[in-house]
Design a protein around this ligand. Structure first.
Ligand SMILES: O=C(O)c1ccc[n+]([C@@H]2O[C@H](COP(=O)([O-])O)[C@@H](O)[C@H]2O)c1
Ligand SMILES: Cc1cc2nc[nH]c2cc1C
Length: 338
């Protein structure tokens, strides 16, 4: 996929979302019914096998080629004191990712995923969204296209993650604009700000929402005005994955917030997505409800980087191992249900 050359190309992609292969889902369901276990006894693992079958278009889904794409960006509004860490940490952590020393390096390796790190103009933070759109139209298209570029046809699954000091504030703004509700319900501690920091975050999001209140409520405009480069890249990657029927595992609050503007307009955008986990960031559980997603794991994680999604891939691998590796009642000579 070449990316998104124009706002219209993005809108057209969102208006034409491919469906899963129902024949493959049906064949996988028939196989599940024949496997040596009481029907439904593998619970959610059975649903995961059917989900992967539908999106991969085969009764025997697999993960031979899995990629974790980690997008990094910097945000202009951090000057208002909304993070527990300085913005320089974004770039320093990108160096850590490249050198193999971060949590996602260890967790991607453990999950059998290759890692693609995409740093998006870190020396050029987005504009301060309390007084301007975060990105120009071209900047937003470039970020969406950088996201789309990580999706290649041989992929069996895509994990999306992010790194960007301040981005829980952008995520809260995207959620409040897309789904409504009190700003305080979407704002949380992020990297660990104190109550004064939370109050500053709420004030910053409220100012941003007021500044952009009159703008069109379209997915592109909301992403451009209130998002960031790493956030738009995630939206572009998830949309490109859908075009190629590649199943996606979402990470935490920010990763899911990248889809909020799209989902408010086209709720089916999350149909090819699994929520890898529920983050400890308080807005995430509410956001997952709006996205219609039930998280696979709930481990109290709030790191980002794609870390929770990478852990979830090991569960998905287990689901596929059972689906593909078990004997049927006929093969094993085991009596079926009465
Ligand atoms: O994934 C999450 O739910 C999550 C929750 C809190 C923080 N983070 C990470 O922490 C950074 C954003 O936190 P903050 O406090 O700078 O807004 C960013 O790099 C995220 O990857 C991530
Ligand atoms: C150290 C550090 C690592 C991170 N990884 C994702 N977000 C992060 C934020 C900080 C501060």
């Amino acid at each position: 996929m070449s990316g998104f050359a124009s706002r219209a190309a993005f809108d057209a992609a969102l208006a034409d979302l491919p469906e899963p292969d129902r024949a493959a889902t049906g064949a996988a369901r028939a196989r599940q019914a024949a496997l040596t276990k009481p029907p439904g006894s593998l619970g959610r693992l059975e649903d995961i096998a059917l989900f992967m079958a539908g999106w991969q278009g085969t009764a025997r889904p697999r993960i031979a080629c899995g990629r974790a794409a980690l997008f990094a960006g910097n945000h202009g509004f951090v000057v208002h004191g909304v993070s527990a860490f300085p913005a320089s940490v974004t770039e320093a952590m990108v160096a850590n990712f490249v050198n193999g020393g971060a949590a996602i390096n260890a967790l991607a390796t453990a999950a059998g995923l290759e890692l693609s790190v995409v740093a998006l103009e870190l020396d050029r933070p987005t504009a301060d969204f309390t007084q301007s759109p975060a990105m120009t139209e071209d900047e937003c298209l470039a970020a969406l296209s950088a996201g789309a570029a990580v999706v290649t046809p041989e992929l069996d699954v895509l994990v999306v993650g992010e790194m960007g000091i301040g981005n829980t504030t952008a995520a809260a703004a995207l959620c409040a604009r897309s789904f409504g509700g009190a700003v305080a319900e979407w704002v949380g501690p992020g990297t660990g700000v104190d109550p004064d920091g939370i109050a500053r975050k709420i004030a910053v999001v409220e100012r941003a929402l007021a500044y952009h209140a009159g703008a069109p409520h379209t997915p592109f405009e909301t992403l451009r005005r209130l998002g960031g480069r790493e956030i738009a890249a995630i939206a572009g990657a998830v949309l490109a994955a859908r075009r190629q029927r590649v199943p996606v595992v979402l990470d935490g609050f920010i990763t899911c917030a990248a889809l909020a503007p799209l989902a408010a307009h086209a709720p089916a955008i999350t149909d090819h997505c699994i929520a890898g986990h529920c983050s400890a960031e308080p807005g995430h559980v509410r956001l997952l409800g709006h996205l219609g997603l039930e998280p696979l794991l709930s481990l109290g994680m709030r790191l980002g980087e794609g870390s929770g999604a990478a852990v979830a891939v090991s569960v998905i691998r287990s689901a596929l191992a059972a689906h593909n590796g078990m004997a049927t009642f006929a093969e094993a000579g085991v009596a079926e249900a009465l």
